[in-house]
Design a binder for this molecule. Structure first.
Ligand SMILES: Nc1ncnc2c1ncn2[C@@H]1O[C@H](COP(=O)(O)OP(=O)(O)OP(=O)(O)O)[C@@H](O)[C@H]1O
Ligand SMILES: [Mg+2]
Length: 497
């Protein structure tokens, strides 16, 4: 948790190589609980094997070689384990798919659709088919491995029988005592156990080594991601925005893809401005917002704040000056005060500050419907109060409003789930919040919305289409232009009964 949370961006979540390794770390984390156990157990196995060898050698030196005939068995065991590990590595992606199907069938988010669409059987069958396919490969490998291991143990069995027969022969000729025959008999049998144990312990050691290796990989990955985000020459984030934020020929493709989602975007957001971003689904509005908060870095071009490249700021210092609410907001199932207050942890304990944030987000009425007010536990999972989607969105809006002096107030579809009176109230408050942001520090408010009744109040409207800027201007300018914005605006306005 610590390592993953330390990575500054989110790009890695989209790389299947990363997800596969995380899946293996998750499933094999028990090996990390005490990595010293397999080391000490392997040492113990070696010590007891050596003791047995010495005892056998004391009967007749050549008997000390008996463990050598057990070596093929130990090697076969070790090999079997490594090949199984390799297979599990190769199956990591399919195992993630299995987990996804399991979650679809058993977790709340998909429960309604699974039932209404009668998908239960379909999901179970898909899960079963995939599981059987993976299991077949594992069984095939295990069968092949077992054949090798059995053959190797037969070699040991033959050697053991030979040693016992030979020592009986020696006893009959009087060269060794009957006690020595018993010693060979019991030590040989013990050797069998010990070699098997040595094999398990070595396999345990190898698995632990691999699990630790993956953890070290994650640790290096987190350190490298942090180092990459660290600016070569650090510049302070300005206290007050004097010019504004500029996108200079910014292009972007999501990691692992080569399809550009933003193409050479040139955009200037003047200080103190309220900017609305509109465009069809998939136009790149959220992507633009994500680049601004540095969840991703542009593939080419640069974003600058008062002329300073965004990459020159310490990423945490920059984020400390951003208030953001995203369309796919998270549900923090904490008590209401905390679920809102995590927007600015230092003020989380203050009911007054949390209340003020709710008011800025036009969500203060929410407290009245919560049985214990701000102390109400949210979410059914912990016997708390479940909220409607719009109420959860109000919590998210309150959270976004916790910081009092951001340089950027970013709201991505903040009203999608809100009722009309709340939406109306919210826009008035937004205007207030935006003005406050502008007056205090010259901050910029960016509003991504499909609702033109909100959008028209912005100082600047950006129309995105297919990842490029199609139109730019104020509501009046764009209406006078009679282009795409005017078309969309009229379409929406005429859509009302
Ligand atoms: N994590 C991702 N990985 C790869 N491609 C993505 C990812 N997120 C979005 N995209 C792609 O980027 C494009 C722009 O997506 P974006 O989320 O910016 O659109 P949007 O304008 O916010 O749309 P909407 O109005 O639906 O919210 C889409 O074509 C989408 O398929
Ligand atoms: Mg979006």
């Amino acid at each position: 948790m610590d390592l993953v949370a330390a990575v500054p961006g989110v790009a890695h979540h989209e790389l299947s190589e990363y997800s596969d390794r995380m899946e293996l770390i998750r499933t094999e984390r028990t090996y990390l609980a005490n990595p010293f156990n397999p080391i000490s157990w392997t040492l113990a196995s070696v010590v007891s094997t050596v003791t047995v060898i010495v005892l056998l050698g004391s009967v007749r030196p050549v008997l000390a070689l008996l463990p050598l005939v057990g070596l093929p068995a130990a090697v076969a065991n070790g090999r079997a384990d490594v090949s199984l590990e390799n297979l599990l590595d190769a199956q990591a992606e399919d195992n993630r798919r299995l987990r996804h199907l399991l979650e679809l069938a058993t977790e709340p988010p998909a429960a309604k659709e699974v039932r209404l669409l009668g998908l239960g059987r379909e999901i179970v069958e898909r899960h079963g088919a995939l599981f059987a396919q993976l299991e077949r490969a594992r069984v095939r490998l295990a069968t092949r491995n077992t054949a090798g291991v059995v053959a190797a143990w037969m070699v040991f069995g033959a050697g053991y029988a030979g040693a016992v027969l030979w020592s009986m022969h020696l006893a009959r000729t009087g060269a060794i005592s009957a006690g020595s025959v018993l010693l060979v008999l019991s030590l040989g049998a013990q050797m069998n156990m010990q070699l098997a144990e040595l094999g398990w312990n070595v396999a345990w050691l190898i698995r632990t080594y691999r699990a630790v290796g993956r953890l070290v990989w994650l640790s290096d990955f987190a350190a490298e991601a942090k180092a990459n985000a660290d600016p070569p020459a650090r510049r302070p984030v300005p206290a007050v925005l004097r010019q504004g934020i500029a996108f200079d020929s910014v292009s972007f493709a999501y990691p692992g893809t080569d399809r550009p989602v933003l193409h050479r975007v040139d955009l200037s957001l003047p200080q103190g401005a309220t900017v609305a971003v509109v465009g069809e689904n998939g136009a790149g509005k959220t992507t633009l917002a994500k680049l601004l908060v540095r969840l991703y870095e542009p593939t080419s071009g640069r974003i600058s704040v008062d002329g300073t490249d965004l990459r020159s700021f310490d990423i945490e210092e920059w984020r400390a000056r951003i208030s953001a609410g995203f369309q796919d907001f998270a549900r923090f199932e904490l008590v209401a005060r905390e679920s809102i207050g995590v927007g600015f942890v230092p003020d989380m304990a203050s009911s007054a500050k949390v209340g003020a944030a709710l008011a800025r987000g036009a969500a203060e009425d929410l407290v009245e419907v919560l049985p214990d007010g701000l102390a109400t536990q949210l979410g059914r999972e912990f016997d708390g109060t479940e909220l409607s989607i719009g109420q959860w969105q109000k919590i998210a809006l309150g959270r976004a409003m916790m910081r009092e002096s951001p340089l950027v107030l970013l709201l991505d579809e903040p009203t999608a789930s809100l009722d009309a009176p709340t939406e109306h109230q919210l826009f008035e408050r937004f205007a207030g919040a935006a003005r406050q942001v502008a007056d205090a520090h010259g901050g910029v408010t960016i509003l991504v919305s499909h609702r033109f009744s909100t959008v028209c109040m912005a100082d600047l409207i950006v129309v995105l289409d297919g990842g490029a800027i199609q139109e730019l201007g104020s509501h009046d300018q764009l209406m006078a232009r009679g282009g795409r914005y005017a078309e969309l605006y009229r379409l929406q306005a005429s859509g009302y009964c």
